[in-house]
Design a protein around this ligand. Structure first.
Ligand code: SAM
Length: 246
């Protein structure tokens, strides 16, 4: 299968594009490709068949025909995760990208045990962005999920305004006698394009967070009768989106 590479910037008029850095090394050293070989280039969310012109230091390619790619989820689903412990966000980033996540917005939840060190945040976000890029290449996407900086809860509440719909996966909803079915929530979103899904950390979502999100008009849902781990819940939800809309 042909390898794909995301290239930043605008598609040039002459269709000659330079691939640099790790990607150039990957093409020349790992894939052992050289002039005349073909690969896929994704620019401006469009996929192109490309032919290598030279692979000396940087790799120069010429974009040939555009390939119609239908690998993006028809809804832009952003996952807001209450900061979980350890490297769970890496798992959510990788698997979420495969499952069609549009963006990841980690937030410092009231019950988050880890308080991310602000001096290390930029490095962590850059690492997650790299994981998203590699997973997007591997899963043949044309959009690399955006990894937002860590939001404080107040910033999350500001961000809420810019989505067509906000859905909170709430463990207490799962415990009710007649829980709100996620299947029904999904069916109610056909006319919405950008959706924010909110998940709590291991300790769950606090009452204060619940009331703030309710005031902002968020919908609350169960994800079934079992309590899922903080990293499992977003992956379940994305799979369900794909099942309904793809
Ligand atoms: N400590 C919480 C408890 O005992 O109820 C569980 C939190 S759970 C590990 C982490 C997050 O995943 C929750 O805050 C929620 O957003 C989501 N979640 C997990 N299972 C769920 C379910 N069955 N229904 C709705 N949300 C769920």
């Amino acid at each position: 299968m042909m390898q794909r590479y995301f290239v930043e910037g605008k598609i040039p008029g002459n269709k000659i594009v330079s691939i640099t850095g790790d990607d150039a090394k990957h093409i020349a050293k790992v894939m052992r490709q050289s002039a005349g070989d073909q690969l896929l280039v994704v620019m401006e969310k469009k996929a192109f068949l490309a032919e290598i012109r030279s692979a000396e230091f940087d790799v120069e390619v010429e974009l040939k025909g555009e390939i119609e790619a239908k690998t993006e989820m028809p809804k832009k689903v952003t996952i807001a995760c209450g900061l979980p412990k350890g490297d769970k966000l890496e798992l959510v980033t990788q698997k979420g990208t495969e499952l069609g996540m549009y963006a990841l917005m980690p937030f410092a939840a009231e019950r988050s045990i880890v308080k991310w060190d602000s001096s290390k945040n930029d490095k962590k976000i850059a690492r997650l962005q790299k994981i998203a890029k590699e997973a997007a290449e591997q899963s043949h996407r044309t959009h690399i999920p955006v990894i937002h900086k860590i939001h404080m809860f107040t910033q999350l509440m500001e961000a809420v305004q810019s989505f067509d719909a906000v859905v909170v996966a709430y463990e207490e909803e799962a415990r009710r006698d007649v829980p709100t079915r996620f299947a029904d929530i999904l069916k109610s979103l056909y006319d919405k394009s950008s959706i924010l899904l909110v998940f709590g950390p291991e300790g769950g979502i606090s009452e204060n967070e619940v009331s703030r999100l309710k005031e902002a008009g968020a919908l609350f849902t169960s994800l079934g009768p079992r309590i899922l781990r903080a990293e499992t819940a977003p992956l379940y939800a994305l799979s369900a989106f794909s099942y309904e809309y793809e």
